[in-house]
Design a protein around this ligand. Structure first.
Ligand SMILES: [Ca+2]
Length: 351
């Protein structure tokens, strides 16, 4: 078994390497300084167990979970390399919405159609969006991640950059185990703590997961109906409107004010919502401004508000996003991800 002390030193070394950069925020510097005096992972989880006990978790559950907690160096390295932007939509879309994924999505859609229609009606979500999210999150359940979720979350909490967030997610995971939805051995997911076929963080599980087959458990790891109902419920809670679609790719006229599009850049959610609102106008207005369907035709004469999205800037593809696009941005605030959901959903229905 690998010593947690060794890993603890690795974390310190990383912190020292990044600390000289003047672009670090005060919080990051403080975190780096804290890392120099870092306790071992073993000590950290001992403290965490005491906190869990004081929060009232069952001793039998703690005894099952805590002795198995492992520090995962790869979790830390993956987390640290995450913000790099190496893709454009032009490179991302063909990989994510590949021929094989489109084919599988259509097969799964047909295979589960009666159940999907029932769940879609109950939550008010078109089944093609349920299938698209399922396919993009876990390739229809095939790739859910093989990390023990409590270990991944304990590692991320210990690593310290977002300790409060990941510690809370760790306790959320304990809640899910205490509720009996999944066994400890089967609580697997990604290095980042996203679980099961819908890749929900534990907080999303507690807020949105559903028991789709009525057996009393919300099993987003092994039960497709639970997965579908959980995905649909997430969208419903974010204001999904199944009388409308997600948006559409459009053509912009030769002379166009690109300042009308949502301004790009990483922003807090509240600021991003304001930018969405600034860009949003009616399809009739966009039509007057010369925005057209991809085939050159006029935009639909429907009373729909839409924001203009240029994921790769003025040179790349242009999209009008409807309110449902905004709901999907709550799932994952990435124009690439959300656009790929919409494109795949359209291709499922276009068969
Ligand atoms: Ca169930």
């Amino acid at each position: 078994m690998l010593s947690s002390r060794v890993f603890s030193n690795v974390v310190v070394a990383c912190a020292l390497v990044i600390s000289p950069f003047s672009t670090l925020s005060y919080a990051q510097q403080a975190s780096a300084e804290q890392a120099e005096a870092k306790i071992s992972f073993e000590q950290y989880t001992t403290n965490l167990r005491q906190e869990a006990a004081s929060r009232g978790y069952d001793e039998a559950l703690l005894e099952q979970v805590f002795p198995t907690l492992q520090f995962h160096e790869r979790v830390v390295s993956a987390d640290r390399s995450q913000p790099e932007i190496v893709e454009t939509l032009a490179t991302y879309l063909p990989k994510r919405v590949s021929e094989i994924r489109i084919r599988m999505a259509r097969e799964r859609y047909q295979q589960f159609l009666p159940q999907l229609q029932q769940i879609g009606d109950k939550y008010g979500v078109q089944p093609r969006f349920i299938i698209a999210l399922w396919g993009l999150e876990s390739s229809f359940g095939r790739f859910q991640g093989n990390y023990s979720i409590p270990s991944a979350l304990a590692t991320l909490a210990y690593e310290g950059r977002r300790e409060t967030f990941f510690k809370q997610e760790f306790f959320n995971a304990l809640d899910i185990l205490a509720q009996g939805h999944i066994s400890f051995e089967n609580m697997k997911g990604s290095w980042a703590g996203a679980m099961g076929q819908s890749q929900f963080m534990p907080s999303s599980f507690l807020a949105y997961a559903q028991d789709g087959d009525g057996d009393g458990k919300k099993d987003i790891w092994g039960n497709e109906l639970d997965v579908f109902a959980s995905i649909a419920n997430y969208l419903k809670q974010q204001g999904w409107d199944n009388r409308k679609t997600w948006g559409r790719e459009v053509q912009l006229p030769a002379k166009f004010d690109h300042g009308l599009a949502i301004q790009r850049g990483s922003l807090a959610r509240a600021e991003w919502l304001k930018r969405w609102q600034d860009s949003e106008r009616s399809l009739a207005d966009w039509n007057t401004l010369g925005v057209r369907r991809l085939n050159g035709g006029e935009l639909p004469a429907r009373d729909i508000a839409a924001a203009l999205i240029l994921p790769d800037g003025p040179e790349g593809k242009a999209y009008l996003g409807y309110a449902n696009y905004k709901s999907l941005m709550h799932w994952n605030r990435s124009y690439y991800f959300v656009t790929s959901v919409g494109v795949l959903a359209d291709l499922i229905a276009a068969e």
